[in-house]
Design a protein around this ligand. Sequence first.
Ligand SMILES: *Cc1c(COP(=O)(O)O)cnc(C)c1O
Length: 388
Amino acid sequence: MTKRSDWGEDTLLNHPRRVPLLPGNDPLVAPIHQSVKFQIAEEFSYQEQFIYSRVSNPTLRQLEETLAEFQQTQECMVLASGIAAISVTLLALLKSGDHVIAFREMYRPARIFIRDVLPGYGITASILKLGDSAELERSIIPGKTKLIHFESPTNPNLEIADIERIVAIARKNQILVSMDGTFAGIHQHRKSGIDLMIHSLTKFANGHGDVLGGSVAGEGKLIARIRNLAHLIGASLDPHAAFLIMRGLKTYKLRYEKQSRTAQEVATFLQTHSRVQQVYYPGLGDHKGHELAQKQMKDMGGVVSFTLEHSRALKAKNFCHRLQLIQFSISLGSTESVICPTAEFFGDDLDPQERRETGIDEYSLRLSVGLEDSRDLLEDLRAALEGE
Ligand SMILES: *Cc1c(COP(=O)(O)O)cnc(C)c1O
């Protein structure tokens, strides 16, 4: 072969020299392996090596191992988004003829996927009321119901699921349970008997609102089933996104705890304000899931939902536009506070009765608290509530 010193310019540019690291001289921050493909080494089997990043990549693996260890589960898989983690998990665990149970108090796209998309694959679904365990037991079809999927706290109105009860019903009937724990974050509900714990890493885990990502954690055998399908569906996370999520995780606990403290202050302020009709926050004593939340959770999270006093006829949408500091935007769990009306963004697929029963109307809002000083947030809310 031609010597390196005799190579043409294009060859040189496309085969740069590697900079080797001495043993023990590793970078303190794990690097981004931003490469789709890897050199295939002669001395190892294909299974042992990284080959193609849709299937395996060291930066993705780093994030998976970090999340599995932190969540105290055997295995974890990361995917391109939270909704990819949900849809791939459901498709991997269910097949034509199976039945799945979910709840109407749930993230809108997940509800639509279960209710409207899965039946096209021969998978039927029952969408129940979250708190009704008698209805849950009645809805199980022996031999057909294979999975119960739920959220806690729920998006957008922070209902709290009785996890112990759902898990007990599932165990008794030999049904798997998957939970979307996005609102509770990755440090809660770790030893609750859930078979598959799903998170949108886009939210609190990454926490900076700059990348999408999702994860599903559980026993190795179940994650292997999900992984096999995920490789065929191709909803893989990009290594650069995984790197940013790794960086975000370092301050995860600090952010989640501060956001929970601020959210408690905001919820308390809203609750005592005459122009607010109802506040949904599990940290408030009169929230219907307060006792369960206290039993199951340590931090109540950074999302506060509330309804404006109807008699004043200030619609949620108009209220959002009045705020100056808090931005009218969607998503949650990142550094800046955002607010949006719940009816348009999370409830337009529910019928009027379901909307009423889940506390969604044209006066209702979901606020995600960021890292700002709480007094600035309270003042912004006060001015928007009291202004004409
Ligand atoms: C945002 C969200 C998701 C979806 O996550 P993406 O990363 O946006 O796909 C799923 N579940 C809940 C509860 C969410 O809030």
